[in-house]
Design a protein around this ligand. Structure first.
Ligand code: BGC
Length: 767
């Protein structure tokens, strides 16, 4: 991709000029979604050049048969894949009988704009067909936030140099394949194709998982803004239905097609009602009409921005980038449905199978928790609560007993569906992130009730796992955790990974502490949980013993915890000595060379210090940062943000800013040369964290909300809002100082650089 082609703009992502080499990159960057469905920014009309067609329905997946060279016991049978769903946006256009195809036309004045304020995608261009006919096209498209089963398109064509015949061929195509099928199989069975008047429906079901999805379309037309009716011809095949409408159009007249479409699916309706439900949805969209629907879309986004916007003055690229990150996170997950989650690529591509990773718990929850009502983060926790039985089954398959749970590394429905042994079996730290998320939620929202009601069952099962997974080492007279992969996936089968051991110890301690609270204050819940989980004192004693005697590898010479046993045997050559031409090492080096090297993919020890910052002195954090960051290649999108936050903590503002830029514009500037595959949605939450926890220094420990604001030199000011226990607090920072406002009814006490400040309702506090 041609880098740097996205035009800086505060509220929009803008592309000007037709760059054929950027089509697949732009299809990712300009993606739209509404939490329930999402799609890449494919053209409505035919395009014969390189394109990656993608449209996805939240929660609808296929268990694609696993593909491995050497089968290992315990591997899952399948890898879940988010399904590329029937295409409803297609509108082919014929001009005097010839297909409009930007791959074969002369294209000028091409412009795309993804307006993030309104949640609307615009595209316009002038095309000259090989025969010389020139047309002007304007296309507007969005997926409704209010009616999340519907989307709408307004597509207008104006002849510039001729009077002639224009044909619109709107269609639904259910003959869609995933880009990433393991065996080139088709994942859908078409059950029914139905049409009447200007409406068509395709009812299909996914093979094996039997999700039923009805894809619908509903068409209207206007000539120079006046609605007209047209006769149609129907073209139907096994997997596709198209309507053909022709009209004579005079030079300068504008002929517009409105297409309402979308998905209605069996997670929300009975199978036999899907077509009638789809009809209702599209009928309603048509009744409201395109202009009013768009107005509703703008209003809905205004509400989202009212509590989640971050304003950066003096750096337009930074402003555009942070809004892009916030926008995409909101397009991916709206928080109303605890069966849905956040895939690392959201609805913008197929890599990572659209499944759920520890990314949600470790990175995304703080974003949703602070910018939305607490019910949203709670739904993300409930997703895992509802999958607890599967996590227990999963641990059982690996030989763990007595209700121990191992949450999967990758999942759609709670079952593990990842099959690289070093990740599936060894990257067990993810289990700790599930518990950390419960702590984070309760700590931030103050909703302790979550623990007796739901959280404790998960906590008990996870603590059981850690106790059983630890081994007593006679030599060390301590407990060790052997054969793991830490967050740094550039090293496998290590012993005593600091992050994993620390998290394991903390999980057991935190569970024990909360069991005491339940026993004292939540009697009935305590009794119910003990009975349900068969918890006994012996087990609790074991957790205590293992957590108290957990082993950590430490270097006195460097004053740091070692990432794992033997880390210092490596050649300690910093990344700055690696020639540029050898990076990224995951593309340039053999795997065995990576494994032997000192290079770290992403925060590992530092991930632990970030989570448990309160348990360490700032000097300790500084020493670890200085030791590990120079060996870190940041080849996971999740890496720069954590380092940026810690760099702020230890007053390395320039370093923090450098790392911030890397996370914020990762996709817009295609740092990793892979944006065509889709966007890095989960790391976008890390970008938000880099501002709020990084530059803003927001922390929440022991029921105290604190800030330590700093500002990068290049920025004039920045401000963000957070929802803290129902109060909307705004923090503004410039080079003179900080200001806080409180948009709620009750005063909020905060600490700013360690000093107590009370922010009263509707009062501006200047510091
Ligand atoms: C990272 C994991 C992450 C996954 C999905 C990998 O590259 O190493 O930590 O969970 O991507 O984002």
């Amino acid at each position: 991709m041609n880098k740097d082609y996205i035009i800086p703009n505060e509220w929009s992502i803008v592309e000007e000029g037709f760059h054929i080499e950027n089509i697949t990159a732009s299809e990712s960057i300009f993606s739209i979604g509404n939490g329930a469905m999402g799609q890449r920014a494919n053209f409505e009309e035919t395009f014969s050049g390189e394109t990656f067609q993608g449209s996805y329905v939240g929660g609808v997946y296929y268990p694609d048969k696993t593909r491995v060279g050497w089968w290992k016991n315990g591997y899952p049978e399948y890898f879940a894949k988010v399904l590329n769903a029937p295409n409803w946006i297609g509108i082919n256009v014929n001009i005097n009988g010839k297909a409009l195809d930007l791959n074969t036309c002369k294209v000028s004045e091409f412009k795309r704009e993804l307006n993030m304020k309104d949640g609307v995608l615009y595209r316009s261009f002038i095309a000259e067909l090989p025969e010389g006919d020139q047309i002007k096209v304007n296309a507007t498209r969005f997926l409704s936030l209010d009616f999340d089963e519907a989307g709408a398109i307004e597509y207008s064509v104006t002849p510039i140099n001729f009077t002639g015949e224009i044909e619109f061929i709107p269609y639904i195509d259910a003959g869609i394949m995933n880009e990433d099928t393991n065996y080139d199989e088709f994942f859908w069975e078409i059950l029914q194709i139905q049409e009447e008047k200007n409406e068509a429906y395709i009812l299909s079901k996914t093979l094996k998982t039997e999700f039923h999805v009805c894809t619908g379309m509903q068409i209207t037309f206007a000539l120079n803004n006046h609605f007209i009716t047209l006769d149609k011809e129907v073209e139907k095949s096994e997997k596709r239905i198209a309507f053909k409408y022709k009209s004579k159009v005079k030079q300068g007249d504008t002929f517009t097609i409105y297409k309402y479409g979308g998905y209605v699916q069996s997670m929300n309706h009975a199978n036999e009602e899907l077509i009638s439900e789809s009809k209702k949805v599209l009928q309603k969209a048509k009744e409201i009409g395109f202009d009013d629907l768009i107005q509703k879309q703008k209003d809905a986004w205004e509400k989202i921005w009212a509590t989640s916007d971050i304003i950066i003055e003096g750096d337009i690229k930074a402003q555009q980038a942070i809004r892009f990150n916030i926008f995409q996170l909101n397009q991916t997950y709206s928080g109303e449905d605890s069966r849905l989650n956040i895939g690392p690529k959201g609805f913008t591509g197929e890599k990572y199978g659209g499944s759920t990773y520890w990314d949600t718990e470790a990175y995304c929850i703080p974003f949703y928790m602070s910018t939305k009502d607490k019910s949203v983060a709670k739904n993300l926790l409930l997703y895992r609560y509802n999958q607890l039985d599967r996590a227990i089954e999963n641990a059982g398959k690996l030989g763990f007993k007595n209700g121990a749970a191992l949450y999967p590394m990758v999942t759609m429905n709670g079952e593990e569906c990842h099959n690289e042994w070093e990740i599936t079996f060894e990257e067990i730290h993810r289990n700790g992130a599930m518990l950390y998320a419960i702590y984070n939620y309760v700590n931030y929202t103050g909703d302790f009730q979550y623990i007796p009601e739901f959280g404790m069952e998960v906590m008990v099962a996870i603590s059981r796992f850690w106790q059983q997974r630890a081994t007593f080492s006679k030599v060390k007279d301590q407990y060790v955790i052997l054969g793991v992969t830490g967050p740094n996936e550039y090293e496998n089968n290590v012993n005593n990974n600091f992050y994993t051991n620390y998290l394991a110890k903390w999980c057991m301690e935190y569970t024990l502490k909360n069991l005491d609270i339940l026993q004292e204050e939540y009697h009935d819940d305590f009794k119910r949980i003990v009975a349900k989980t068969n918890l006994n004192q012996l087990e609790l004693d074991q957790w205590k013993e293992v957590s108290e005697k957990m082993y950590f590898s430490y270097s006195k010479e460097h004053n740091v915890y070692l990432q794992q046993d033997g880390f210092l045997d490596k050649e300690l050559i910093p990344v700055s000595n690696l020639p540029r031409s050898e990076r990224p090492i995951n593309q340039k080096w053999s795997w065995d060379r990576i494994l032997r090297s000192v290079y770290i993919k992403q925060a590992d020890v530092l991930q632990g210090l970030y989570f448990f910052e309160n348990n360490f002195e700032t000097k300790t954090i500084e020493e670890h940062f200085d030791f590990y960051e120079p060996f870190t290649v940041h080849e996971s999108s999740l890496s720069p943000c954590v380092h940026s936050i810690l760099a702020c903590k230890i007053d390395r503002l320039e370093k923090a800013y450098e790392l911030y830029l890397r996370t914020a514009r990762l996709d817009l500037d295609d740092y990793n040369h892979e944006v065509h595959e889709g966007l890095h949605i989960t790391s976008m939450a890390g970008t938000w964290l880099s501002i709020v926890q990084g530059f803003g220094g927001m922390r929440n420990f022991d029921n105290k909300l604190s800030f330590a604001p700093q500002i990068p030199k290049k920025w004039k000011s920045y401000s963000f809002k957070i929802n803290y226990r129902g109060a909307i607090l705004k923090m503004y920072k410039d080079h003179e100082g900080n200001k806080f406002t409180n948009e709620s009814e009750a005063p909020v006490d905060i600490l700013v650089h360690g000093k107590k400040v009370t922010v009263s309702p509707n009062e501006l506090v200047t510091l």
